[in-house]
Each structure stands twice: as structure tokens, then as C-alpha cells.
Design a protein. Structure first.
Length: 327
């Protein structure tokens, strides 16, 4: 047994294994060595002359991703029961939570081995629970089941709003509309977006304004924060006036429509009025030969919907008055 311990410790320290210690072809690799040791060693309390604990050296080696993928997860559990430092497992899990690469099978296997997800870890300059890091990075990569699992285990959903992960989520390289919608749907359900002034990212911009700036308001419509686009816009012109009508918007359950905003366009869009009730609006004071078209927005607590807009411009024509009767 001591020979096997000796071989392992020398392997991990980078030293050359003495020639008289050898394994057959089947075990002549690191994974094979580990399996052989686990089959034969029952006492993991050995400490070498440098103070290195055999169980810790063994555990550290087992947790290397390429080895960890191949070995039975019960190996890690057994080493933990034998006194291996759990901190090594936490560090291995954290190092696997890469923004650019994320191997879900390895991450989940680390967690099953015996991670304490409430353990605080330094992430982007602050101490936060490991559970929150797993939640944020798995959300970035679209691993929804793992996100749900971390939420069930107490992850702080709102923490992602100020994280590097949320900033990455909106970068072109990572952007996936389904992932963003999933995260913000969860944030809405948890109450994290109850206040429309809630900010996102290190830029501290209110989240609705941010979505508008990057032309992604449709996501907020789909999760029921912004109202849906009005439908059925009809504009009836009569000389220098016109009447706009549209179908009332189906209201979001939690954030009902509070009114409508009407804009007209000649050379540029400008507001011509707002209403709180109804779905009709009268416009007057147009001028002959004006080229104009209209659009309508629904409005609720969070802001404006995407507009319904006339397809074509209308040219205002004012017919001359008929000549009067001769006296």
C-alpha cells in the first residue's frame, strides 16, 4: 500500500517515478493509476515528509477536469469522507464556471460530489455564495435546468442584474434572445423588476431604458412588462382633420394599460396627443398638401409598447368651397 501512495505523491509533485514501480498497459495512465489506488488503498491518512496529505493530493488530482470526466463520482465522495479538503472541490467547481466555455456535465458532477453551495467565494471582487455564481454563469449559457436548481437552492436572483454575466449576456458573441427572456421572466416572477427604475449592469441604466436603447423591447412585451402593440389602426381623413381608431390592447395581467400616445410624422415623428380612456382620437388643424401618417403606442407603468403605424403617407387635400349663388 505504501508503494502506491509513494507513486501517487511523486506523480503529483512532478517527480520521476522510480523505475521499479510500474503498472500494466491497462493502467498506465493517470486515470488508471487513480483507479488502481482506489481499489487497493483503505487508509488515506498517510502524510509525506513535506507535510502533504495523501488524501488531499489524491483529491486534487481527481478533480482535474479531464480526469474528473472519466472517473466515477463516488471516488470524490469517498475521498471527502476520508478527510479531503472540501475547499479544493469548491475551487474546482468555481474554475469550471467559465464565461467562454462551460461543460455542464463536469459542473453538475462537481456539485453532486459534495459542494456546499452556500460557501462564499470571491467573484469579480466580492464575496458571494457559490450557488449565485453557478446560477449566473449557467444562465449565461442557457442551462435552464441548472438555473432552476440553483434558484430552488436559494440563489439570489437579483444579483445577476449587476453582474459581469448580464453584461456578457447582451454582447453579440453571447446574445441569445431565449436566454435573456428566460432570465428576465424569472426576475419578473421573483419581484426583482417591480420597480421600473431598477438598473442593469455596471452602467446602472434603468432596465426598460436599456432594452429600448438596444431595440429589444419585444422581450419585455413577451414577459408581460410592456404592453402589446395596438392592432387594427384605422385613419379616416376628412379635409384638415382625421379620426384615428384602433382595437383596445389586451392588458398585461399585472401591469394594465393606462392610456395611449399618438404621434404624427411629416418630416419627423412628433406627439400630437395622449388619451387615458377609449381607443379613438381626433386630429384637427392639418394643412392642405401636408404629407402625414400616424402611429399609436399603448402605455403602462413600465413605458410604451411598440407602435402600430400607418403603412403609407396621406396627402391632405382641401377642396375649394363651391362658388356662391349669383344675387
Amino acid at each position: 500500500m505504501n508503494a502506491l501512495k509513494f507513486i501517487l505523491l511523486h506523480l503529483y509533485s512532478g517527480s520521476t517515478i522510480d523505475n521499479h514501480y510500474s503498472f500494466d498497459e491497462e493502467g498506465d495512465n493517470e486515470t488508471g493509476i487513480i483507479e488502481t489506488i482506489m481499489e487497493n488503498v483503505t487508509d488515506f491518512s498517510y502524510v509525506d515528509p513535506t507535510g502533504t496529505k495523501f488524501v488531499d493530493a489524491m483529491f486534487k488530482k481527481c478533480l482535474e477536469p479531464e480526469i474528473f470526466k472519466q472517473i466515477d463520482e463516488n471516488v470524490g465522495k469517498r475521498l471527502l469522507k476520508s478527510g479531503a479538503d472540501r475547499k479544493t472541490l469548491h475551487e474546482a467547481l468555481y474554475n469550471s464556471l467559465n464565461l467562454d466555455e462551460f461543460e455542464i456535465d463536469v459542473v453538475e458532477k462537481y456539485i453532486r460530489t459534495g459542494v456546499d453551495l452556500n460557501t462564499p467565494i470571491n467573484h469579480n471582487g466580492g464575496e458571494i455564495p457559490l450557488c449565485d455564481v453557478v446560477y449566473m454563469v449557467s444562465a449565461l449559457h442557457g442551462h435552464f435546468e441548472l438555473v432552476e436548481d440553483m434558484i430552488a437552492k436559494g440563489a439570489n436572483l437579483g444579483r445577476i442584474l449587476k453582474s459581469r454575466e448580464i453584461e456578457k449576456m447582451f454582447e453579440r458573441k453571447y446574445y441569445n434572445e431565449d436566454y435573456v427572456q428566460f432570465v428576465f421572466d424569472k426576475l419578473k416572477a421573483s419581484g426583482c423588476l417591480k420597480d421600473k427604475s431598477t438598473t442593469v449592469g455596471s452602467w446602472s441604466e434603468p432596465f426598460v431604458e436599456y432594452f429600448e436603447r438596444i431595440d429589444k423591447e419585444e422581450i419585455l412585451v413577451r414577459i408581460g412588462l410592456l404592453p402589446k402593440t395596438p392592432r387594427g389602426l384605422t385613419v379616416t381623413h376628412s379635409g384638415v382633420s382625421c379620426c384615428l381608431s384602433w382595437d383596445p390592447v389586451e392588458e398585461p395581467e399585472d401591469f394594465p394599460v393606462k392610456g395611449y400616445k399618438i404621434e404624427s410624422r411629416g418630416d419627423y415623428w412628433e406627439e400630437v396627443g395622449t388619451i387615458e380612456d377609449g381607443s379613438k382620437f381626433e386630429v384637427s388643424g392639418l394643412k392642405s398638401n401636408d404629407k402625414v401618417k400616424f402611429r399609436v403606442f399603448a402605455r403602462n407603468y413600465y413605458g410604451l409598447s411598440l407602435p402600430v403605424e400607418e403603412e403609407n403617407y396621406h396627402i391632405v387635400l382641401v377642396l375649394p368651397s363651391p362658388p356662391g349663388k349669383p344675387e
